[in-house]
Every structure is written in structure tokens, then in C-alpha cells.
Design a protein around this ligand. Structure first.
Ligand code: DC
Length: 223
């Protein structure tokens, strides 16, 4: 049996991973798996339960007893113990909670297992921080998207305003920098890439150009 096709798209927040991954998945006819949404689900569960997002023991118990289901589709749904929480996990508060809980090894263990299961089932375009380094290190299709933090903050700022939940630019930038710092300095699976990745600076590129570059690169490598 042919191994399922896995495309890893890693990079910091606000770099355009979600839009890009969705379009790449569509072009390659693969499920789109947004792993950040899973960390957000645990962030939401912890916030609701009043758990300190730095309390590793309580988070370990929470992660082991929480059932997260990810239903690929258009749009993909994230279920937390049977409740559809897709719309609840995009607030700045949950972004920060997700960043904190994602530093806890036990949380990562539970979610990485789920991500591997999902990927092995039907393949997929997985977006995250550690897909090509930890979740599917064996895939030859690894892309790391980058962009200057100000460019990323501008995009996030516009996105939040368009959604009717505007946040001042300086606040968005400060939060982006703080999350970058947390995500790249944590001990377990920090945001990073190596020589097996293709690095794409998205600052001067349209989404369409980034998508085309990734799809072309995958197709040239797939026999
Ligand atoms: O991609 P995102 O902004 O939805 O991710 C939310 C948080 O989860 C982010 O702070 C980093 C973390 N994360 C992670 O540690 N590993 C992943 N594979 C995906 C996200």
C-alpha cells in the first residue's frame, strides 16, 4: 500500500499558514489539518476549567481526560468533548492560552498522537510548528513560512478588524512577538526548521504565489 502523502507547513503565527494550507490541501486533494486548533482547544478547556495555563500537572490530567476530535472538511470543525468549539478558539485570549499549554510536554504528547493518527488515515496538509521536525519528520514535503513580525501583525490586525473584533495594531504586534518568543524558546519542540525544509519568505508574495510554489514542489517530488 502506498504511504499517505503528508505535506508539512510550519511557521510562526500570522504568517498565512492557514489560508495557504487550506488552498494547498484543496489543490492536492488532501485533508487540511490545522494542528494549532488542537492546542487552542486545550487552551479553551483549561481557561474554562480555571486551570492556570502554566500548571503542567493539571494540564496533563486535562489533556488526558479531554476528547478532542478534528473533523477535516470545509470548514474543518474542532470538537471538544462533543461540543463544536470551532468559533470559540480564535480570540486573542485563547491564542495566548494555546501558546502556554503548547509548552507542556504532556499536552504535546496527546496531541501529536492524534495528529499522527489523522495523517496516517488519509494523508494531509498539516500546518503547525513541529510537523516536519516531530510529527512527520520522514515526509520529504516540508515547508517553513516566514515573514517579518510587523508584516504578520498587520495581517492579523486586518483579519481581526474584518471579523468585527478590532484590536489595536500595537497590541497585536506585542502579542505576536510574545508568542514568537514563547513558541521558539520552549524546551519541548520549539518552533524551528532544518535543512530538510524549503523556507518561503511570504512578505513580498501573494497567497496564490506561495500556494503555487508549494504545490509545484510537492508535485515534482511525487512519483
Ligand atoms: O497556529 P496557531 O496560532 O493556531 O497555534 C496556536 C498555538 O499553538 C501557538 O502559540 C503555537 C502552538 N502550536 C504548537 O505548539 N504546535 C503546533 N503544531 C501548532 C500550534
Amino acid at each position: 500500500m502506498k504511504a499517505p502523502l503528508i505535506v508539512a507547513i510550519d511557521g510562526p503565527s500570522g504568517v498565512g499558514k492557514t489560508t495557504t494550507s487550506k488552498l494547498v490541501a484543496h489543490a492536492l486533494n488532501l485533508p487540511h489539518i490545522d494542528t494549532g486548533a488542537m492546542y487552542r482547544a486545550i487552551g479553551l478547556a483549561a481557561t474554562r476549567a480555571g486551570i492556570d495555563v502554566r500548571d503542567a500537572d493539571a494540564l496533563e490530567t486535562l489533556a488526558s481526560n479531554t476528547h478532542i476530535e478534528f473533523v477535516p472538511g470545509e470548514p474543518p470543525r474542532v470538537m471538544l468533548d462533543g461540543e463544536d468549539i470551532t468559533a470559540l478558539i480564535r480570540t486573542p485570549e485563547i491564542s495566548m492560552a494555546a501558546s502556554h499549554v503548547s509548552a507542556v510536554p504532556a499536552v504535546r504528547r496527546v496531541l501529536v498522537r492524534l495528529q499522527k493518527e489523522l495523517g496516517r488515515r488519509n494523508g494531509g496538509v498539516l500546518e503547525g510548528r513541529d510537523i516536519g521536525t516531530k510529527v512527520f519528520p520522514q515526509t520529504p514535503h516540508k515547508f517553513f513560512l516566514t515573514a517579518d513580525p510587523r508584516v504578520r501583525a498587520q495581517r492579523r490586525h486586518a483579519e481581526l478588524a474584518a471579523k468585527g473584533t478590532p484590536v489595536p495594531f500595537e497590541t497585536v504586534l506585542a502579542e505576536a512577538l510574545q508568542r514568537d518568543e514563547q513558541d521558539s524558546t520552549r524546551a519541548d519542540s520549539p518552533l524551528s526548521y532544518d535543512e530538510t525544509y524549503t523556507v518561503i519568505d511570504t512578505a513580498g508574495l501573494s497567497i496564490d504565489e506561495v500556494v503555487k510554489a508549494i504545490v509545484r514542489a510537492v508535485r515534482t517530488r511525487v512519483p
